[in-house]
Write a protein that binds this ligand. Structure first.
Ligand SMILES: [Mn+2]
Length: 355
């Protein structure tokens, strides 16, 4: 073990003590609220959905008399249907007027909430907010901010919080029920598996594996998640993979090596895949990241009215790069969304600008 690792361990102990105080304040806010809303960023992934469902169910278990609702403006990707998620979604969704506390999960800022924020700006601005997140780009300006960019998933932070609150006298007062039941554990494990790409990213540490082990001990069904999320592709999705791999291009600028590829609306329609389903094609950028000499890779999803690009790296800071294009995320995984179609010809020009 080198010296730096020892220093990191010691500073983590201090950090844990400091964050515990912050965790405990969450219970005061929860106890004081009558109607709670849980919201998250508009591109629903396994971590945001898992964190939301876990938080919602834990509050229901521990505070059965409180009203709690999870809201989103976008339908969750169909891959998560096996969970039968209990969330409210439709376009122009309005947050209930009686909501007196909002828990915002896995969202770096209010703009990331997308249309949900646009439609409910007044309500969201005036309501108390708890911010739980792991994006390095998080604004941290809400009433309570529990932000740890060293955590590989928001679900890992939610677990740390719920583990402490579970045995808090105020939570025990309401019910003797175990707040983290098998379903809460399942949702949290889903967040960790999906955001860490099954523990592959550098931020997945011994602590992450320990949390995952604890969740499995609490009866999270790991195999149910693996079979439904990772081993559940339609043949057409593998054909899309073939297209993406066939189109790989190398781009080098200032000594930085990038490999990129794309797929577009036409590809998806030809294959009978739903362009609105944000999960389709999602794992493909990780395959590009297998290229050994890539400093970073990116995959462009070119839809008729919207373009999203996902960046991945092994060490290169793609968050900094994405921020130059008004996006963000994490050091090794980041993304940008444009509200317009971008042509293939424009891609390298954009890359040239930001490298
Ligand atoms: Mn996340």
């Amino acid at each position: 073990m080198d010296f730096k690792k020892i220093i990191d361990k010691v500073s983590n102990v201090w950090k844990n003590i400091a964050s515990k105080a912050n965790y405990l304040s969450v219970i005061d806010w929860l106890s004081g609220a009558k109607s709670i809303g849980v919201i998250w960023h508009d591109k629903i992934d396994g971590d945001s959905l898992g964190s939301v469902l876990a938080m919602q169910r834990w509050i229901k278990n521990k505070f059965p008399n409180k009203k709690i609702k999870a809201y989103t403006n976008r339908k969750y990707p169909s891959v998560f249907e096996f969970l039968n998620p209990e969330i409210e979604y439709w376009e122009n969704l309005e947050i209930d007027e009686d909501t007196d506390l909002l828990i915002i999960l896995d969202s770096a800022n209010l703009e990331r909430l997308g249309d949900l924020y646009k439609n409910n700006k007044k309500k969201i601005d005036k309501t108390s907010k708890i911010n739980i997140d792991h994006h390095i780009s998080n604004d941290k300006f809400w009433d309570i901010n529990i932000v740890d960019w060293q955590s590989p998933a928001t679900a890992q932070i939610v677990y740390e919080i719920l583990k402490i609150l579970d045995v808090h006298p105020m939570a025990q007062m309401n019910t003797l029920k175990n707040g983290i039941d098998d379903k809460v554990a399942l949702y949290l494990l889903m967040g960790i598996l999906t955001d860490t790409q099954n523990f592959m990213i550098p931020l997945a540490t011994d602590k992450t594996l320990e949390v995952a082990a604890n969740l499995i001990k609490l009866w999270a069904d790991k195999q149910l998640l693996i079979n439904n999320i990772f081993l559940n592709k339609k043949p057409e999705e593998l054909k899309l993979q073939w297209l993406v791999l066939d189109r790989i291009k190398k781009f080098e600028e200032n000594g930085v090596k990038c490999y990129w590829s794309y797929y577009n609306q036409e590809d998806l329609e030809k294959l009978g895949l739903d362009p609105a389903d944000s999960w389709v094609g999602r794992s493909l950028v990780s395959i590009l990241n297998q290229i050994s000499d890539a400093d970073f890779v990116c995959l462009w999803k070119l839809l008729d009215d919207e373009t999203t690009v996902s960046f991945r790296s092994k060490a290169y800071d793609v968050n900094a790069l994405a921020q130059k294009l008004w996006g963000g995320g994490h050091k090794n995984a980041a993304g940008v969304k444009f509200d317009k179609k971008i042509s293939i010809q424009e891609i390298e020009k954009m890359l040239q600008k930001v490298i």
